[in-house]
Ligand binder design. Structure first.
Ligand code: AHR
Length: 503
């Protein structure tokens, strides 16, 4: 059954500029994200530093702007000193988060060399699980102080003469979660985060700091955690973090396709919580949100950390993504853009092999998963300012999120070129959606791509790496400032409009 929907694109209705930091990713020492993911000395495509150049090319194509490192749960038991200095002198250690044996061959300085080649901004996480203020200060001094002090000279003795340019620091990871090494109550964490932030800002007032928010929206302390943490840290931090993973495993596809409703609810709730704390503190500062872990994750297929055997670089949560997963990823990106006035940083978790858009085989090829494509196209074409877009579409009843609109959309307008780009998802699975788009009359479509498939479970593999790719859309008519667009069932679509050439 065909459904009908409409929306208006008006460059005068703006939400906020597109923040490049929304197209972040995440590299954790987990499974094969680092080892045989981005780093594999001896691979035929490895450069002199051991970085896989085939993966570097895909990272640049993906359009990633920022990468969070080194965890994740990993960071909460990590000693950064173990992973710097001469490689042959680095100890082998136990990563308690993922029951993995870590040889520390790749650490801070290798990561920073990799970010330069990938052309991405680093976002570093500090261990506030098993460590505290002193160790955080030592790491920041090692990494960013120019010279002449104990820790900066140690860095220089490791062959890194110039300080690293690292502005964004996470004050720990998911410390609300009982699974976290060094799990704390909100008050305990809030006090530690505040003291760490105070000391770090004394070292360098220009640093941007991210306080840990909740690790998901279903955890009992969601909302209350943020309120308590921000009461301690509001004036000292620049962001509060959010994490969310959406699991398709239960087969409730209508709810899964509506996952963005949960992401939107989280963003609105945490923004409101931050504003509530600001009001109590009589603060005019408006805190930004850092959605620094988000993705689709078939989490219930993972038995949990306790089921893992100790191993070195094991294959962990190497989910294979299909067409529906890519549509959901596209809708989550739409949500981040729709909330660009509050979300200042976002990182898809993770980058390679571990719930990732890029897959690799040791000694073998690298390829793009289905979820690579909506990310790459959004990162490339969302330019300028995000417009306020309010689609009017029939509702879909979902088990988990109640009634949600069948069409989810956003658009950007580039004032420099006048170009408009529309990103839209049709959540309706039983038929296409005829979407009427009102837009400035001088614009005409220049590119129309969609991710859709007669087989929504189709996926890319090493043997068939181009099975799922964006294809030119066919149903688009434009006349007198109205474009009519046929969105296939359960699909993601991008249309770029530019000024029509004069005859
Ligand atoms: O990305 C995988 C894990 O998910 C991260 O280590 C943790 O922060 C989150 O729970």
């Amino acid at each position: 059954m065909t459904i009908r929907a409409r929306l208006t694109l008006d460059p005068d209705f703006r939400i906020a500029p597109v923040e490049p930091r929304l197209f972040g990713s995440f590299v954790e020492h987990m499974g094969r994200c680092v080892y045989s993911g981005i780093f594999e000395p001896g691979h035929p495509d490895a450069d002199a530093d051991g970085f896989r150049t085939d993966v570097l090319e895909l990272v640049r194509e993906l359009g990633v702007t920022l990468v969070r490192y080194p965890g994740g749960n990993f960071v909460s038991n990590h000693r950064w000193e173990d992973a710097v200095g001469p490689v042959e002198q680095r100890p082998t250690t136990l990563d308690l988060a993922w029951r993995s044996v870590e040889d520390n061959r790749f650490g801070l300085n290798e990561f920073m060399a990799w970010t330069a080649k990938a052309r991405v901004e680093p976002m570093m996480a500090l261990n506030l699980g098993t460590r505290g203020v002193a160790e955080a200060l030592q790491l920041v001094e090692y990494a960013t102080y120019p010279a002449g002090t104990r820790w900066s000279e140690l860095r220089r003795s490791h062959g890194v003469d110039k300080p690293h340019d690292i502005r964004l620091w996470c004050l720990g990871n998911e410390l609300d979660g009982p699974w976290q090494m060094g799990h704390k109550t909100a008050r305990e964490y809030g006090r530690l985060a505040a003291e760490t932030a105070r000391a770090l800002k004394r070292l360098d007032p220009a640093l941007s700091l991210v306080a840990c928010g909740s690790s998901n929206s279903s955890i009992e302390t969601f909302g209350g955690w943020e309120a308590e943490v921000l009461e301690e840290t509001y004036d000292l931090v620049d962001y509060i973090s959010l994490h969310a993973y959406y699991d398709p495993s239960d087969g409730d596809t209508d709810s899964f396709l509506a996952s963005a409703a949960d992401m939107e609810h989280m963003i609105r709730s945490i923004a409101a919580t931050a504003d509530h704390v600001a009001a109590k503190l009589r603060s005019r500062k408006r805190l930004k949100l850092s959605f620094d872990e988000w993705n689709v994750w078939y989490q219930s297929r993972f038995g949990g950390e306790s089921t893992l055997e100790w191993a070195k670089h094991p294959r962990l949560i190497e989910d294979r993504y299909d067409v529906t997963d890519a549509v959901v990823v596209g809708s989550l990106l739409i949500t981040l853009l729709r909330n660009a006035d509050r979300v200042g940083v976002a990182c898809q978790a993770q980058l390679a092999n571990v719930i990732a858009p890029i897959m690799t085989e040791p000694g073998g090829p690298a390829w793009r998963q289905s979820i690579f494509h909506p990310f790459a196209l959004t990162a490339r074409h969302a330019r300028g300012e995000v417009l306020r877009v309010e689609p009017d579409s029939p509702g879909i009843a979902t088990e988990k999120y109640g009634e949600v609109p069948s069409v989810w959309a956003t658009a950007t307008h580039d004032p420099a070129t006048g170009a408009l780009t529309l990103f839209a998802v049709n959540r309706h699975r039983d038929g296409p959606c005829e979407l009427e788009v009102k837009l400035p009359a001088h614009l005409a479509p220049v590119e129309h791509l969609e991710l859709a498939d007669a087989d929504p479970s189709a996926a890319n593999t090493a043997a068939e790496p181009h099975r799922v790719v964006p294809r030119p859309g066919t149903g688009l008519w434009c006349e007198d400032g109205t474009a009519t667009l046929a969105l296939p069932p359960a699909s993601w679509t991008m249309v770029r409009f530019a000024a029509a050439a004069k005859e």
